[in-house]
Design a protein around this ligand. Structure first.
Ligand code: HEC
Length: 401
C-alpha cells in the first residue's frame, strides 16, 4: 500500500484506539470508584444496597445499586462491552499497520533474530492466541481455585512471554507485543467470561430464579485481573517514546519491574477504595522506580568506557562522523530518503545539514549510543565501533569544524 495512505490510516486507527481505550479504562476506573463510594441509603428502601450522589456538568446525579427482582429488568439496560471490543479490534488493526507492513521493519531486527516475514507474523499472532488459551484454561480449571497458586503461575507465564518476545523481535515490537497479549487477556475476560456470566445473571433473574453465586464470583475474579493489568498496559502503550526502557540492554527485566510496580500502585488504590489505607505501598512503589532508574542507568560517557581506550586521546574528526551518518542514517533521515519503506524522514528528523546534526547531537546519542534504538532494527548494519566513535565525538562537544 502507498506509504502516504498507510500513514493516514495509521493516524485514524491510532486515534480511534486511544479514544476507545480511554472510554474502556475510564468506565472501569469509574465503576471501581463507584463501588467504593456507595453509602447506605438515607431513606432505607428494600433492595437498595447503596446510593451515591454526584454533581457534574451542571446537574445532580443520584445512583442506586439494587438487587433487582424479576419483573423489573428495565427495558433499557446499559452493558459496558463495546468499549473493550472496539479497543481490541482497533488495537489489532494498529498492530498490523505498524508491525506487519513494510515487510515488518518494526518487527524484525536481524541483530536479534533473522526471521522471515511469515515466521515473524506467525510468532506475533500465535503467541497472542496461545497466551489467552493457556491463561483462560488455568483459571477455568480446578487449578484456578487454589488460592495464590494460579496467581503466581500467571505472573510467571507473563514473565516467560516477555522474555520470549525479546528473543525474536526488535525491542520496541517486543514491548508492544506484551501489551497486545495483556490487552487480549483483558478483552478475552470481558468477551468470554464477564459478559457471558452477566447474560446468565439476567436470564436467571428473568426466569425468576436465584442466580448462581459462582457466576458473579467468577466474573468478579476476571474483572479484578483486568483491573491489575490496566496501569502496566497503559505504560506499554506509551513505551515506544522511551528508548531508555525498550532499547536498554536489560529491556525485558525493566519491563517486568515496571509491570510489577504498576500492579502495586493499582493494589494501593484497590485497598484504599475498600477503606484500607495501606500508606506504605505507594512510597515502596516510588522507591522501586528510583532503584530502577539508578540500577539501569547506562554508561553515559562513552569516552571513559573501556571500549574507547583504543582510540586513546585521539580526536574524532567530523568527517568520520559524517561518513557514519551517511552510511547508517541518511537512508531514512534525509530530505529524500532512499529507504524502501520510509519515503519521508521519520519524525521529521534529517541529518543532511551539518548544523542539524550538531543541534540533534544529544538526541542522536540517546537513540544510537546510550540505547540502541536506532538505526531502526539496525537495518543499515551499524557496528558497535561506529557507535563508540559517534558517542566519543558527541562527548567531545560535537564540533563540526
Ligand atoms: C530504516 C530507517 C531508519 C534508519 C536507517 C535510522 N532511523 Fe532513526 N528513526 C526511524 C524511524 C521510523 C523513527 C521514528 C520512530 C518512532 O515512530 O518513534 C526514527 C526516529 C529517530 C529519532 C527521533 C526519536 C524520537 O523519538 O525523538 C532519532 C534521533 C533518530 N531516529 C536517529 C537516528 C540515527 C542517529 C540513525 C543512524 C545511526 C538512524 N536514526 C537511522 C527510522 C530510521
Amino acid at each position: 500500500m502507498d506509504s502516504y495512505i498507510l500513514d493516514w490510516l495509521h493516524l485514524v486507527v491510532r486515534w480511534i484506539h486511544v479514544i476507545t481505550g480511554i472510554a474502556w479504562i475510564g468506565a472501569s476506573f469509574f465503576f471501581n470508584w463507584l463501588d467504593s463510594q456507595l453509602t447506605p441509603p438515607e431513606n432505607p428502601e428494600p433492595k437498595v444496597e447503596g446510593e451515591l450522589w454526584m454533581i457534574h456538568s451542571g446537574g445532580f446525579y443520584q445512583l442506586e445499586k439494587t438487587m433487582i427482582s424479576p419483573s423489573e429488568i428495565p427495558r433499557v439496560l446499559h452493558w459496558f462491552k463495546w468499549e473493550a471490543y472496539s479497543t481490541w479490534i482497533s488495537g489489532i488493526f494498529l498492530l498490523g499497520i505498524v508491525y506487519y507492513t513494510g515487510s515488518g521493519v518494526y518487527l524484525i531486527d536481524s541483530d536479534i533474530a533473522d526471521l522471515s516475514y511469515g515466521v515473524a507474523v506467525s510468532i506475533s499472532l500465535g503467541t497472542i492466541l496461545v497466551a489467552w488459551l493457556v491463561y483462560d484454561f488455568l483459571w477455568v480449571s480446578s487449578l484456578g481455585e487454589k488460592g495464590w497458586f494460579p496467581v503466581i503461575i500467571s505472573f510467571l507465564l507473563l514473565f516467560v512471554i516477555i522474555w520470549w518476545f525479546h528473543q525474536w523481535f526488535g525491542s520496541r515490537a517486543a514491548y508492544i507485543h506484551v501489551g497486545a497479549v495483556m490487552g487480549t487477556l483483558m478483552v478475552g475476560n470481558v468477551w468470554r467470561r464477564i459478559i457471558p456470566s452477566q447474560t446468565k445473571l439476567v436470564e436467571a433473574v428473568k426466569a425468576g430464579k436465584t442466580p448462581e453465586a459462582s457466576l458473579g464470583i467468577k466474573a468478579k475474579q476476571r474483572s479484578l485481573h483486568n483491573n491489575y493489568m490496566t496501569l502496566p498496559v497503559v505504560f506499554i502503550m506509551i513505551s515506544s517514546h522511551f528508548p531508555n526502557t525498550f532499547a536498554h540492554h536489560y529491556n525485558w527485566i525493566i519491563l517486568i519491574a515496571i509491570i510489577l510496580i504498576g500492579a502495586t500502585v493499582r493494589h494501593f488504590f484497590n485497598l484504599k477504595n475498600k477503606g484500607h489505607l495501606n500508606v506504605w505501598i505507594l512510597p515502596v512503589a516510588m522507591a522501586a522506580i528510583f532503584v530502577l532508574i539508578f540500577a539501569t542507568k547506562p554508561e553515559t560517557s562513552i569516552s571513559n568506557s573501556t571500549e574507547t581506550v583504543k582510540f586513546g586521546t585521539e580526536h574524532i574528526p567530523y568527517a568520520l562522523v559524517r561518513t557514519i551518518l551517511d552510511q547508517r542514517c541518511l537512508s531514512c533521515h534525509s530530505s529524500s530518503p532512499t529507504d524502501d519503506v520510509f519515503k519521508i524522514a521519520p519524525k521529521g528528523i534529517m541529518f543532511d545539514s551539518d548544523k542539524r546534526v550538531q543541534a540533534l547531537a544529544s538526541l542522536i546519542k540517546m537513540q544510537a549510543i546510550t540505547t540502541i534504538a536506532m538505526p531502526l532494527g539496525n537495518k543499515t548494519g551499524m557496528t558497535h565501533e561506529e557507535r563508540v566513535i559517534l558517542g566519543k565525538w558527541i562527548d567531545e562537544g560535537a564540533s563540526i569544524e
